[in-house]
Write a protein of this length. Structure first.
Length: 450
């Protein structure tokens, strides 16, 4: 690294251990052919500091004015570049889900997906959750969002981010794409496949992407992507949209993968999408080059399924809400959106109306967690606090005050409120506390304290 930038070397240059990253010779040879006269501009872009960005969460209400937030990301109305020296991941607004740190180019696939309120949408390879929470913001709490991740460890991270961003109408599953395809054929209006890939577009961002790269990895990823694409195709309803994306430049994983998919699935066709910020290609494809925009390398294709098959109907039923919830909600003047109650393990959840039967699926989060009933009393869930915008009893903390640091640390804080109290920071919900009229007992989750 030099001044926060990578030093890149080709095999023809002198170097010593620790001098910098060595770009694979096979990769460079292919990129010279692929880019032609743009090759030098691409190589120069790798030496520039990468742009960092965040996306505001409309579920939290109006966005705050923050000194470290700069120019907007052209293709995402709620995306902004920021000053990395500010370290916004440490700001209490991050813990409150006011924004999500997301690379600018990674926001592009959801722009192309164009989700709408009230639809059924599946994010098939969803961890860590940037694109899922971006979709949720555009759905405005209406409809069904199924977020799936095959890796159990990554699925837990995904679930935590869905919770942090206060998303109520999302399910989180830990399934193979093929299992979901068998269970929910033709269920979704839109499906996003941000597929695992060889990561060539992330070379400037992640050194591991360079060291892990090989031509064999590219071939392996292409085979896996074909399987995921076939499963995703089964999930899309007639007339629905499928967006396939990667963060690599390899044609085997990009244009060739799309062309092969269209050959296997004649019921899918390329679909036009307005995206003047990106380089358009054939078959509804787009490329994002780091030397042509402020972001890392990305690829996406927009496809539509033809036909007129009916959309499967919803047949799931819920449970009556327990008296413990009714008493808690009445005391804090809370109301829930459309949905139904289900008990999942020890917890009470509120699931979206469009939720399909989930028996037999590995489900981490079936909807909005309301809390746990203990001896006819409700212990409210942290997820419920982050979803709420206000309550009858609120204790607001200043974003830069010592009380906020104390609360995030798990300490008791002063407060005249009694009973359950929604703790907010700068007006944005952050967690729960329970007061006795003098102090507030801290109920911020132990695993999140700092």
């Amino acid at each position: 690294m030099e001044n926060g930038r990578h030093l890149w070397y080709t095999d023809g240059e002198k170097r010593t251990k620790g001098d910098g990253c060595v770009l694979p010779a096979a990769f460079l040879s292919r990129m010279k052919i692929q880019l032609g006269e743009d090759y030098d501009a691409y190589m120069q872009s790798l030496e520039r500091p990468r742009a960092v960005a965040l996306r505001m969460n409309p579920g939290k209400g109006p966005a705050p004015v923050l000194p470290f937030v700069g120019e907007p990301v052209p293709w995402e109305p709620l995306g902004y570049y920021y000053d990395p020296a500010a370290r916004p991941g440490l700001h209490p607004f991050h813990e409150a889900g006011v924004y999500y740190l997301q690379e600018a180019s990674a926001m592009a696939p959801v722009t192309l997906l164009d989700p709408r309120p009230g639809e059924r949408i599946c994010d098939l390879c969803a961890a860590p959750g940037g694109k899922s929470t971006q979709i949720a913001g555009r759905m405005a709490g209406q409809g069904l969002l199924l977020c799936n991740e095959f890796s159990p460890k990554r699925a837990k991270i995904l679930s935590r981010n869905i919770e942090r961003m206060g998303v109520a109408n999302a399910l989180v599953t830990n399934e193979t794409p093929a299992a979901l395809a068998r269970r929910l054929p033709g269920w979704f209006d839109r499906v996003l496949i941000d597929a695992p890939c060889s990561g060539e577009g992330m070379f400037r961002k992640e050194e591991a992407a360079v060291t892990d790269w090989s031509e064999e990895t590219v071939a392996m990823c292409a085979r896996r992507q074909a399987e995921i694409l076939d499963a995703g195709a089964a999930l899309v309803r007639s007339g629905g949209r499928l967006v396939y994306s990667t963060c690599t430049f390899a044609p085997e994983e990009d244009e060739q993968a799309v062309a092969a998919f269209l050959d296997r699935h004649p019921d899918f066709v390329p679909e036009h999408a307005e995206a003047p910020w990106f380089d358009a290609g054939e078959n509804g494809t787009f490329r994002l080059w780091p030397h042509r925009l402020r972001g890392e390398g990305h690829f996406a294709a927009v496809l539509r399924r033809t036909g007129d098959e009916p959309v499967p109907a919803v047949s799931g039923r819920g449970e009556p809400l327990p008296g413990a919830w009714t008493a808690f909600a009445s005391a804090l003047d809370l109301s829930l959106p459309a949905g139904r109650a289900v008990t999942f393990g020890q917890s009470l959840y509120w699931v979206p109306p469009e939720t399909p039967p989930l028996e037999g699926l590995k489900v981490l989060r079936p909807g909005l967690e309301l809390g746990t009933v203990k001896k006819d009393r409700l212990e409210p869930a942290h997820a419920l606090a982050l979803w709420l915008r206000t309550a009858a009893t609120v204790h607001d903390l200043p974003p830069d005050g010592p009380e906020t640091a104390a609360y995030l640390h798990g300490d008791v804080i002063p407060g005249a409120e009694t009973g359950w109290c929604l703790v907010t920071v700068g007006g944005y919900s952050l967690g729960w506390a329970k007061g006795d009229g003098k102090v507030l007992k801290n109920h911020y989750p132990k695993g999140l304290r700092r």
